[in-house]
Design a protein around this ligand. Structure first.
Ligand code: DWN
Ligand code: SAH
Length: 408
């Protein structure tokens, strides 16, 4: 494992665990690209000084986010509803009645900004992956195709003025240069404005052994404690936190300039919970490693047992998270015949690393397998609701978060 310094406070990181060589999580590829596939060592560490859990090494941003980015946010109806509620809550709670301006970092295909655009609210998305950004632009959503950082924030201020709210979901934990992001946020926000973002929460990852949240794009695994330390360096503070039941357990953070807003009691309560979970102790992370290894061994024995009994298994949803599970566990195409996915850009390609074919969803419904391995476990509610017929036909689900088990 590499010797790396904390991206937040420069202290030397304590290594937690390595998952071995990993490909790009969203790097779905065709056969003729197999021999040029990019690999890096996926490993995480913990900062004993500011408590930030992070990747030791992250591939360059252009290798992950580009004009062929494979994740389109609007593939989940439940996430669409979630972002509609997020937008309405921001409008009611934080936007002034007169001429509000909202910026979203990592706006993807416009899943959240569409609800501001529909109301005629002045908005702007910063989204570097050109193909997903184009989908938003076609919907009439103002989008700057660029990575958000301090320089982009200055440009937005020059062209649009300062914002009342800067929003984000599942992107701040992707950006290694967070000091530049926070400096940009401070310049772009009106002094009384708010910066609101949500990301997978470290406590949920530890409690559920959801190690598949660990992949190239997710450079940070946030806690309130680690973020408090980041924002304190910029004279900002966390004024509220709201747990979210999406993407396997997320936390929404509301950040303001110091002294501008009263803190909610929730910040203190959830920090206490973090202490009770011992997120400051290296032992906790060592225990997490044993749970991850146990989960891998159980999943592999189950898949081998099912294969030996002559049953057919297919993967359900070619998620970014599945790249970690497939490559870390060593799931080969003889164990999982193909992965069903609804995203056209992934279909007809192969999964990163292990090269399991990705096929259109219709193939799943046309000829149900005996077992479906639920790579999209974070969307279980939505998926189980629409796959009643699979269950009625005798199909079984293999789930591995929080524990490896079969649902019949
Ligand atoms: O943080 C991130 C989150 C928000 O989204 C990004 N770094 C990348 C991405 O992660 P993911 O790929 O693990 O996201 P999801 O939402 O768990 O999975 C999306 C994939 O699942 C898409 O390829 C579509 C597929 N899917 C499907 O085939 N059938 C999804 C649903 C809900 C379905 O019913
Ligand atoms: N907010 C959406 C998309 C999350 S996927 C959702 O929750 O569904 C992460 C997105 O962040 C991708 O679309 C990626 O292109 C974008 N991204 C990555 N680095 C970024 C950066 N520095 N600034 C802005 N967006 C970024």
């Amino acid at each position: 494992m590499k010797d790396t310094l904390c991206r937040i406070c420069n202290h030397k990181l304590a290594p937690i665990m390595s998952f071995g060589d990993m490909p790009i999580a969203n790097g779905f590829l065709s056969k003729d690209e197999f021999d040029q596939e990019y690999f890096f060592e996926l490993a995480i560490g913990f900062c004993p000084q500011c408590f930030m859990v992070q990747l030791l090494e992250q591939p360059d941003r252009e290798v992950m986010f580009h004009e062929n980015y494979a994740f389109f946010s609007s593939t989940s109806m439940r996430m669409r509803d979630h972002f509609q509620r997020y937008a309405e809550w921001v409008i009611q709670t934080y936007l002034p009645a007169e001429n509000p301006f909202v910026v979203e970092i990592g706006s993807n295909d416009g899943i959240m900004l569409q609800f501001f655009a529909q109301r005629g609210i002045h908005h702007l998305g910063a989204e570097p992956s050109a193909n997903v950004a184009q989908v938003a632009i076609q919907k009439g959503i103002q989008t700057e195709i660029a990575f958000f950082d301090e320089a982009l924030a200055e440009k937005i201020v020059r062209e649009h003025g300062q914002a009342d709210a800067i929003l984000a979901a599942n992107v701040i934990c992707h950006i290694p240069y967070l000091h530049s992001v926070v400096k940009g946020v401070k310049k772009l926000l009106k002094p009384e404005g708010v910066f609101i973002f949500e990301d997978p929460y470290l406590v949920d990852i530890l409690q559920k052994t959801s190690y598949d949240q660990i992949y190239d794009e997710h450079v940070f695994y946030f806690s309130i404690a680690s973020l408090a330390s980041l924002f304190a360096q910029h004279d900002m503070e966390i004024v509220d936190v709201l747990p979210q039941n999406v993407h396997g357990g997320s936390m929404r953070y509301i950040i303001a300039n110091k002294g501008q807003r009263q803190d909610s009691e929730r910040v203190r309560l959830y920090r206490q919970q973090e202490e009770a979970m011992q997120i400051f102790s290296l032992d906790t992370y060592q225990q997490f490693c044993s749970h991850v290894e146990e989960s891998r061994d159980k999943l592999m024995s189950l898949l081998r047992e099912v294969k030996q009994s002559g049953k057919k298994v297919v993967g359900y949803a070619a998620t970014s998270k599945s790249t970690t599970v497939i490559n870390y566990c060593g799931i080969t195409p003889d164990l999982v015949e193909y992965i069903s996915d609804t995203t056209p850009i992934k279909q007809g390609k192969y999964s990163p690393g292990m090269h399991i074919p990705v096929r259109p969803y219709q193939e799943f419904t046309r000829n149900y397998p005996d077992y479906a391995l639920l790579f999209g476990w974070n969307h279980a509610e939505e998926i189980f609701a629409k796959e009643q017929a699979f269950k009625t036909a005798g199909g079984r689900w293999i789930v591995y978060v929080p524990q490896v088990h079969v649902i019949s």
